[in-house]
Design a protein around this ligand. Sequence first.
Ligand SMILES: NC(=O)CCC(=O)C(=O)O
Length: 262
Amino acid sequence: MRASLIQVGVDQQESVNSRRERVASLVRAQTASDLVVLPELWPVGAFAFEAFEEVAEPLDGPTHQVMSAAARDAGVWLHAGSVIERAADGALYNTALVYSPDGERAAHYRKIHRFGFDQGEATLLGAGTEPVTVALPETTLGLATCYDLRFPELFRQLVDAGAQTLVIPAGWPERRRAHWSLLARARAVENQTYVLACGTGGTHAGVEQAGHSVIVDPWGEVLAEAGRDEEIISAELDPELIGKTRHVFPVLRDRVLGLPTP
Ligand SMILES: NC(=O)CCC(=O)C(=O)O
């Protein structure tokens, strides 16, 4: 199974509409892939807080229209990164969208852990409450978004629900790039899953992005890694490697659950 991550360069000189069309053509070109992944909030930029209200869209809004068509045209599963979703009650969420190769929306995931402490996303957006897995023919995806990467208990819950490939779109800043690279590998090693971690390139809202999107295998080996600019990375995933890794090194079996509080 071939996975490709499109590390979109987000630059506020480019309009949201132009970027949507440009990224759609990049998705359409990935016909050799089975699964294509985009970053967090690539239409607007994860740190462009002042624009969130203006670009907010319903689940079937402009990004959905363009990405659904791109997935269908390429004939790929598409994790289309995330958008600012305006829900029916007016609340805003950071919502990831997943499409099947026929262009149907297979799942959406509202980011559970909002970044910013008492500022930015944490004050502007609502928090998701539902972990989400998506069954593909070859693997089951577990969805998380950016800051979620810091919360291992979410990933363990996804793995307990059957996730074999953890997909993490992000808009991660360069100044914490070491955390990004370390945590992406840690999530793969501790859960014995593939990790597809797709960030943004460029600089938006004055925040230099880390890029360094990465594909990690269940043993923690880095199969492909991007630099800082816009770039597409790809790797072959072997769905059987997850079971093999868990068989030869059965660490998940050795979990001790329900320990008393010290
Ligand atoms: N968009 C984000 O969630 C940023 C997360 C981040 O910068 C960090 O965890 O560090």
